[in-house]
Design a protein around this ligand. Structure first.
Ligand code: GAR
Length: 211
């Protein structure tokens, strides 16, 4: 199915390995997108460095410079709009986004979360899974809604929990799946194959796969 090149705005708070997975997928022709800007809320994040290394503008916005979350997000929306972003990707973004961002990009904010939602929402999802004692966890790519980690699910991947797993080893194995899943979900978006119906995302089959 033909795909357009979508302009992504990536918000990231940390090491940015999911951002890197997107950049690699774009470079390898697996994702019809360009990253137009990377915005981080933390000065110690590695994501902006990765962006600059790839020639992509990167901005660090300190939350302390804004009296409210809404004013922070209004500035984020302005930066995204200035470079023509179509889809906002939360790639390890640890701030809760407000309706200011969600209403500026309706059904166009996508998050990756390190659990099989609706289990283990919020921070430290891998630790929550270990502490709960589940035998399988994983990751979820979903549209972002106003309730945290609750929007319509696009793709999920399962990861078994091994007897000797620590939070670090489990997080690494989940990340491998995240790096596969996030570009795949965005490529489905670029191909126009995602439709939100109520709380479900319906994925149109690939026309080539039917023949
Ligand atoms: C990833 O595991 C991502 O799923 C998680 O933060 C990590 C960021 O890694 N996100 C959340 O927990 C959001 N609630 P990265 O900076 O290397 O992409």
């Amino acid at each position: 199915m033909p795909s357009r090149t979508i302009a992504l705005g990536v918000l990231a708070s940390g090491r940015g390995s999911n951002l890197q997975a997107l950049l690699d997928a774009i470079a390898e022709g697996r994702l019809a997108a360009k990253v137009a800007i990377v915005i981080s809320d933390r000065s110690d994040a590695q994501a902006p460095e990765r962006a600059r290394a790839a020639g992509i503008p990167a901005v660090t916005l300190s939350p302390r410079a804004f009296p409210t979350r809404e004013e922070y997000d209004a500035q984020v929306v302005k930066l995204l709009g200035d470079v023509g972003v179509e889809v906002v990707v939360l790639a390890g973004y640890l701030r809760i986004v407000t309706t200011v961002l969600l209403r500026a990009f309706p059904d166009r904010v996508i998050n990756i979360h390190p659990s099989l939602l609706p289990a283990f929402r919020g921070l430290h999802a891998q630790r929550q899974a270990l502490e709960y004692g589940v035998k399988i966890t994983g990751c979820t790519v979903h549209f972002v809604s106003e309730e945290v980690d609750s929007g319509a699910i696009i793709l999920q991947a399962a990861v078994p929990i091994l007897g000797d797993d620590t939070e670090a080893t489990l997080s690494e194995r989940i990340l491998e799946e995240e790096h596969r899943l996030l570009p795949q979900a965005l490529q489905l978006y670029a191909e126009g194959r995602l439709t939100i119906q109520g709380r479900r995302v319906v994925i149109t089959p690939n026309a080539h796969a039917l023949h």
